[in-house]
Design a protein around this ligand. Structure first.
Ligand SMILES: Cc1cc2nc3c(=O)[nH]c(=O)nc-3n(C[C@H](O)[C@H](O)[C@H](O)COP(=O)(O)OP(=O)(O)OC[C@H]3O[C@@H](n4cnc5c(N)ncnc54)[C@H](O)[C@@H]3O)c2cc1C
Length: 378
């Protein structure tokens, strides 16, 4: 686990206090809704966009602080933690890493001011794990103006997003990425779906959507390799979010096991329950160790997280988060199985983490690819 500096410990203490005082009461009531009032509160107090540079209104800190923030908030309000994860490690992160100065000035303050989100738009109806099979493409006219055509599906939080980072083919250059405003002429929302955990995921079409030159993030084979490496931040984010979900379930199960009495004693007195708690804690701490290591190693190197570390963290944490939440639900018995109970919600939430940021199987493919190419573990 990361050794915290005095400043980092202070940050954790402050965020924990905010989460308990301000977010706890309405936690688990945000079904199908982004908790904007919580994001606004974080923004007002200078805690939104911790890893965005200060000149764009962010905290000028690193992903380590974001990780600590997601864990601290996620134990109390998973929905707020999810928005922080999504807007720190995914869409806005690409703008921060690859954006032109004009794009950073236009889009990043919106994130730190809690005025809108930036979605990530990769999946298509026929291109899921096989993202390279996508059809979305840029057409360039004689004046060099760029127009986007295609469709995307399963994109999270589109109704709350002002823009999206869209993965697309460029003529003769392979895949690249651009920023697209959702209110641009030519963007047509086909359908908003509601996923198992109540989140909104959208299918939309793009027809001749004009993309200003300053909104091009990445084009050309070499540049796209960097974009692919940057996905390791999303993988680490998925691991961190999974751990936060597991911690949230574990905290509740530990408390409940000591309160709930059966056969004349708290159920925590039964060895069967104690073993569950021990296994849950073991998986959470192992997952945290993997995620913390991946993030802190990247920080130390000043680059992207390593693919092997990021995929292992994402895979392990997502798989075991589901297991931990399921065991926590088991400890709650019928109470935890009721619609509207935090455990029931956490279970649905944890399940999505095994698909959303690359499925378990895709992570395994990535791990095996590195192992086979590098000749094993170092
Ligand atoms: C909660 C959630 C949020 C999401 N948010 C976004 C978003 O914001 N933006 C976005 O673009 N997309 C988003 N997605 C979509 C996500 O990226 C895709 O679901 C994911 O890439 C898998 O694609 P698929 O669902 O089409 O499954 P498929 O690719 O069709 O896979 C189906 C099954 O086959 C397996 N499989 C596929 N290929 C292989 C292989 N080579 N080896 C072994 N098994 C394989 C998969 O692991 C899976 O089990 C989200 C999904 C979820 C669940």
């Amino acid at each position: 686990m990361i050794d915290l500096t005095e400043e980092q410990q202070m940050l954790v203490d402050t965020i924990e206090e905010i989460a308990e005082k301000e977010f706890e009461e309405k936690a688990f009531t945000w079904d199908n809704e982004v908790p904007w009032e919580n994001l606004e509160l974080l923004s007002d107090r200078g805690f939104l966009g911790l890893n965005i540079p200060e000149e764009y209104g962010g905290g000028g800190l690193s992903e380590i602080e974001v990780l600590l923030q997601i864990e601290a908030i996620g134990r109390v309000c998973p929905d707020t933690a999810f928005s922080v994860y999504n807007q720190s490690m995914v869409g806005p992160r690409a703008v921060e890493m690859f954006g032109t100065e004009a794009a950073k000035e236009k889009y990043l303050p919106m994130i730190t001011d809690a005025e809108g989100m930036i979605a990530i738009c990769i999946s298509e109806p026929h291109a899921g794990s096989d993202a390279a099979a996508m059809n979305t493409h840029i057409e360039e006219d004689d004046d060099g103006e760029l127009y986007l055509n295609g469709e995307k599906i399963w994109v999270t939080d589109v109704p709350d997003s002002k823009a999206g980072v869209v993965w697309t083919y460029f003529p003769d250059e392979g895949l690249g990425t651009v920023i697209m405003d959702f209110d641009s002429p030519g963007v047509e929302i086909n359908e908003n779906y509601t996923n198992m955990a109540g989140g909104t995921q959208t299918h939309f079409f793009m027809e001749d959507v004009h993309i200003p030159e300053e909104n091009v993030l990445v084009r050309g084979e070499q540049a796209f390799k960097e974009q692919l490496k940057a996905l390791n931040w999303e993988r680490c984010g998925n691991a961190i979010m999974s751990n936060a979900t597991a911690l949230c379930a574990f905290d509740r199960a530990l408390e409940y096991a000591q309160e709930r009495e059966q056969f004349g004693q708290p159920i925590s007195e039964f060895q069967g329950i104690q073993w569950k708690l021990a296994d849950m804690a073991k998986h959470i701490q192992a997952g945290r160790a993997l995620a913390h290591q991946a993030v802190s190693d990247a920080q130390r190197r000043g680059g992207y997280p390593d693919r092997l570390q990021a995929s292992m963290a994402s895979l392990y944490c997502a798989e075991h988060s589901e297991e931990v939440v399921s065991e926590a639900l088991q400890i709650f018995g019928a109470t935890g199985y009721q619609q509207g109970h935090p455990l029931e919600y956490l279970y649905r939430l944890a399940r999505g983490r095994r698909i959303g940021a690359g499925t378990d199987e895709t992570q395994k493919n990535g791990i095996a690819h590195v192992l086979l190419n590098k000749g094993g573990l170092s």
